[in-house]
Structures are given as structure tokens and as C-alpha cells.
Design a protein around this ligand. Structure first.
Ligand code: HEM
Ligand SMILES: *[C@@H]1O[C@H](CO)[C@@H](O)[C@H](O)[C@H]1NC(C)=O
Length: 328
């Protein structure tokens, strides 16, 4: 009897833990949410991403980053897509986002195929997955069923991780979203595609405090020369440079090798190698012998699903927008 009581207490505690984590992770989503209500939803999003990508490959990194910035502010609810004088997209970290027209295009086609059914937040989550696929990255199943939010404020973008955040701050910001250090290291691997503006890392190349060479000593010397040529001291700060210099349009695992060899462009990337804790994770992604290996392709998809479930609105919360740029 006492044993049964203990088991019941244990069962109850497990149940509480499951409910609590389910709430935090927004388990309202499931793979195939639209299989009856809009069977072609995923195919439509995929074909729109493919056609835009073939004329402008920079939309792939643009959309991937947009989904991340959506999820970290008010959850994955398409708040990043709303227009307005003080909406999220006007905040400094969001001003360079690209690919809004891809989402609008997919939404227009979906409103013809199945009006009022597919949320803008789901379109963005699916388009992010397809953006990785078109750049030769891994594929994963995207749980859907997100509903769109009605609030979008530039001031709320302050909790996005910044280019100069320490590892401690990056981990704290992820933790606030129910994501851990491994998710941080896996998801940062997204920087294997796309570009960064000179103004976000040029301080590492010229007049770096306490460095005789003028450059951040954690950067490889040959890489500093390369970056200085691309980002002259008094040149245009808006000029964009590939973050994975070797293969900026290919979603591969080079990112981790770049960190190890002092070729991480952003300070927020470089510190993942400088910090002993996250370096251990980078080494596991590098497959260093004697460490429990982590496979980038698998872990990236897994962490994307986790990130895609952050503070998701489902059931009666939110709405299905008709236009992704405006609340109904
Ligand atoms: C600690 C976390 C992160 C920080 C501090 C960070 C910071 C940045 C910065 C500063 C840029 C350059 C932006 C510009 O110059 O316009 C950038 C680009 C990018 N980020 Fe991140 N990022 C982080 C995590 C992520 C995550 C989780 C993803 C996606 C899963 C992501 C995807 C991208 C992509 C694809 C680009 C290239 C964008 C383009 O080419 O338009 N980043 N990131
Ligand atoms: C990061 O850069 C921003 C903008 O340049 C600056 O305001 C902020 O103080 C910096 N943060 C850290 C931790 O250095």
C-alpha cells in the first residue's frame, strides 16, 4: 500500500512536470496539422520558397533568421511580419531582415487554395525549414497549428540575442525561451549561410582595445586581413560579408570548424569557442575523438522544432490572419 502511494506520488510529479513543460513549449502543434484542412499547404510554401530562391538566394538565410527573430519575441506568432510605425520589424536588429515578400506570396496562394486556414506563423516556420533544404541542409518535419498574434512592439525586440552578447547572456536569453546551451550551439550553426553587415563586427578589426595588431586576438591573422579588405575602416558599414566565407550558400557543418580556427565573424560566434563550456559542445559537433559526438544535421532540426514551439498560440488564442502584414 505504501509502495502504491509512493508510485502515485511519483506518477503525479511526472504528470505535473509533463504539463508544465508542455505549456512552456507550446505543444499545441503537431506534424500534419493541415493534412485535412489544406493538404497542399506545405507543398505551396515549398514551391514559393524554391521559386524565390532561384532568383535571389539571399532569401534563404533571410527567412531562417526571420523565424528565429519571430520566435524569440512573443513566441512564434508572426509578430515579426506586422507592419506599423513601432512594430517589431522597425527595431534595429530586424531592419536587415529579408524575405517578407516570400511569406506574403505564399500567404496569397494559400488564401486562394484554402481561405482563412493557414497561419502566417506556420508559413514562416515551414519556409524556414524549406530555406535550409534549398541550401542543401537537413530536412525535418515541422509541427504546425500555430496561430497568429496581434501584438508587435519594437521595444520587445530588446530580448533578442545581440552580436556582442557574452556566452552567459546568450545562455540566459535562450533559457528564458526554454532552450539550453546545446540548442544555442546547434542553432548558431545557422550562420553557415548568409551574411553580416560590416558595422556589426568591424570593431574587432580596427583599434580593438588592448591588442597591438589592432584586431581581436581571437581572430585568425589571415582572416583579419581578408575581413579588413572586405570591410575597410571608413568604408560602408552596411556592406555585407559572408559569415561562412568558404561556402555562404551551402548549409554545411563548416561553422564549427570556423569557430575552432578563429574564423567566426561575429563576436557572439567567437565566444562560443572561447568559453570552456560551449567549446565542449562545439567540439562534440566537430566529432572530436573521445567525446560523445553530436550530428549537426540531426541536432539542428531537433533544436529548430524546439525553437519553433516557443510560446506558441493555439486553440482560442490569436487568429489566422488574412494578410501577414496586418491583424484582421
Ligand atoms: C546567439 C544567438 C545569435 C546571435 C547573437 C545572432 C546574430 C546575428 C547577426 C548580428 C547577424 C548579422 C545580421 C546583419 O548584419 O544583418 C546574423 C545573421 C544571421 N543569423 Fe544569427 N544570431 C544568432 C542566432 C541565430 C539563429 C538561432 C538563427 C537561425 C536558426 C540565426 C540565423 C541567422 C542567419 C541565417 C543570418 C544571415 C542573415 C542574412 O544573410 O540575411 N542566427 N545573426
Ligand atoms: C553591444 O553593442 C551595442 C551597440 O553598439 C552597445 O550599446 C552595447 O553596450 C554593447 N554591449 C556589450 C555587452 O558590449
Amino acid at each position: 500500500m505504501a509502495k502504491l502511494g509512493r508510485n502515485m506520488v511519483l506518477f503525479f510529479l511526472l504528470w505535473v512536470a509533463a504539463v508544465a513543460s508542455g505549456g512552456a513549449r507550446g505543444q499545441g502543434t503537431r506534424v500534419g496539422f493541415y493534412s485535412r484542412t489544406c493538404p497542399r499547404a506545405e507543398a505551396i510554401v515549398r514551391s514559393v520558397v524554391q521559386s524565390h530562391f532561384s532568383s535571389d538566394p539571399s532569401i534563404a538565410p533571410g527567412i531562417l533568421r526571420m523565424h528565429f527573430h519571430d520566435c524569440f519575441v512573443h513566441g512564434c506568432d508572426a509578430s515579426i511580419l506586422l507592419d506599423g510605425p513601432t512594430s517589431e520589424k522597425t527595431a534595429p536588429p530586424n531592419r536587415q531582415l529579408r524575405g517578407f515578400d516570400v511569406v506574403d506570396d505564399a500567404k496569397a496562394q494559400l488564401e486562394v487554395a484554402c481561405p482563412g486556414v493557414v497561419s502566417c506563423a506556420d508559413i514562416l516556420a515551414l519556409a524556414a525549414r524549406d530555406s535550409v533544404a534549398v541550401t542543401n541542409g537537413p530536412f525535418w518535419s515541422v509541427p504546425t497549428g500555430r496561430r497568429d498574434g496581434r501584438v508587435s512592439l519594437a521595444s520587445d525586440a530588446a530580448n533578442l540575442p545581440a552580436f556582442n552578447d557574452s556566452v552567459a547572456v546568450q545562455i540566459r536569453k535562450y533559457d528564458e525561451k526554454g532552450l539550453n546551451a546545446q540548442d544555442l550551439v546547434a542553432l548558431s550553426g545557422a550562420h553557415t549561410i548568409g551574411t553580416a553587415a560590416c558595422q556589426l563586427f568591424r570593431y574587432r578589426l580596427y583599434g580593438f582595445p588592448g591588442a597591438a595588431s589592432g584586431a581581436d586576438p581571437s581572430l585568425d591573422a589571415a582572416f583579419v586581413r581578408q575581413l579588413r579588405a572586405l570591410c575597410p575602416q571608413n568604408g560602408d558599414g552596411a556592406r555585407r560579408v559572408a559569415m561562412d566565407t568558404g561556402s555562404p550558400n551551402r548549409f554545411d557543418a563548416n561553422y564549427y570548424g570556423n569557430l575552432r580556427s578563429g574564423r567566426g565573424v561575429l563576436e557572439s560566434d567567437a565566444v562560443l569557442w572561447a568559453d570552456a563550456g560551449t567549446r565542449g559542445l562545439v567540439q562534440r559537433f566537430l566529432g572530436i575523438r573521445g567525446l560523445a559526438g553530436l550530428t549537426f544535421g540531426v541536432e539542428f532540426g531537433r533544436s529548430m522544432v524546439k525553437m519553433g514551439n516557443v510560446e506558441v498560440k493555439s486553440g482560442a488564442a490569436g487568429e489566422i490572419r488574412t494578410l501577414c502584414t496586418a491583424v484582421n
